[in-house]
Design a protein around this ligand. Structure first.
Ligand code: NAP
Length: 310
């Protein structure tokens, strides 16, 4: 069995390779979402020892949670799993808004529990900051839910460093989720020192830069989903990124590994990071990402990768 790690001070124990599920039922993010393929990849993950599933209301406006709820229920393995979800966005005619008022967050957590067909969510994040609720008050409402047993750990996501500090005023934040990957390392300066000092686990999202760091794309690739507007994929920058991935691939080849394995293994060498949640579109990618656990990077390789993506 894979060695499990604790997420910060949360007491949650996870396989360091988790699964990000924004492509599971995430019709609003990926236009060609196939729900059966989504369920199949969650099933594959659970069957092969992935126990950390990351979802959110935002992914398909609850559909991702519903599909995961179905698969988890039929697996009979709920107690072995660490399910993370996120609440706060609301969809109006004017688009998405965030509402972190305590009453709203509590109501949304109840709905999330129903969609996931479970009595508790292991890790509940506030998905985004809002414009009006004091951060500590919003987190305080999750602490009440934790005391009631509806959630087991508290997270915040997409908060600025100052917002995170205010959110963690009473020391209640267990996990922070933010964008971080080899192509965007800003968090190393802005967030890592604080989370490390506070024993808050940093979960990087877009760890594979939405597939770009997995090393399979070339200059002719076309994207018809949100990646068409992602900064990593814009003309000029994209070609520079591909050149860096090519150098990475050389290191990976020398270890009989893939670029994705080496990238994910590199994150796990960071003090702030206990676990990663690469997304996937197919079960095969989930299985492939699990091979990361067999990759040992030497100190020299860690430094070389650091330098390529400086
Ligand atoms: P990601 O992990 O950077 O990239 C995932 C994509 O990479 C997959 O959909 C797949 O796309 C490709 N891929 C994965 N494994 C591969 C492999 N072994 N070989 C080749 N290609 C592979 O991006 P992400 O899924 O958007 O982010 C990870 C998770 O973070 C999400 O699923 C979600 O749970 C979370 N997230 C959170 C926030 C937030 O605001 N908190 C924001 C974004 C994401 P292709 O096959 O199409 O290349």
């Amino acid at each position: 069995m894979t060695k499990q790690v604790e997420l910060g001070k949360s007491w949650l124990k996870v396989n360091p390779i988790g699964l990000g599920t924004n492509a599971v039922g995430g019709h609003n993010l990926y236009p060609d979402t196939d729900e059966e393929a989504g369920k199949e990849l969650v099933r594959t993950a659970i069957d092969h020892g992935v126990n950390f599933l990351d979802t959110a209301y935002l992914y398909g406006q609850g559909r991702s949670e519903e599909l995961i709820g179905e698969v988890v229920k039929s697996s009979g393995k709920r107690a072995d799993l660490v399910i993370a979800s996120k609440v706060s966005p609301v969809f109006t005619d004017d688009g998405m808004k965030n509402n972190n008022s305590p009453d709203f967050l509590k109501q949304e957590v109840d709905k999330s529990l129903k969609r996931l067909q479970t009595d508790y969510v292991d890790l509940m994040y506030i998905h985004y900051p809002d414009e009006k609720t004091p951060e500590a008050e919003a987190v305080g409402s999750l602490k009440e839910l934790k005391d009631e047993g509806k959630i087991r750990a508290i997270g915040v996501s997409n908060f600025s460093p100052d917002q995170l500090k205010r959110a963690n005023q009473d020391g209640y934040v267990d996990v922070y989720q933010g964008e971080y990957n080899l192509l965007n390392r800003e968090a190393e300066n802005t967030l890592f020192p604080y989370v490390t000092e506070q024993n808050i686990s940093f979960i990087p999202f877009f760890p594979l830069a939405s597939g770009l760091l997995a090393g399979k794309y070339d200059k002719n690739a076309q994207f018809n989903d949100f990646r068409a507007n992602s900064p990593y994929f814009q003309k000029g920058v994209y070609e520079q990124n591909l050149a860096k991935v090519e150098q990475l691939r050389k290191i990976a080849n020398g270890k009989n590994a893939s670029a994705a394995h080496v990238v994910l293994a590199w994150y796990l060498t960071r003090d702030a990071i206990d676990a990663v949640i690469p997304g996937a579109k197919r079960g095969q990618q989930v299985l492939d990402n699990l091979n990361t656990l067999d990759v040992q990077l030497t100190a020299q390789e860690v430094q070389d990768i650091d330098r390529i993506f400086e």
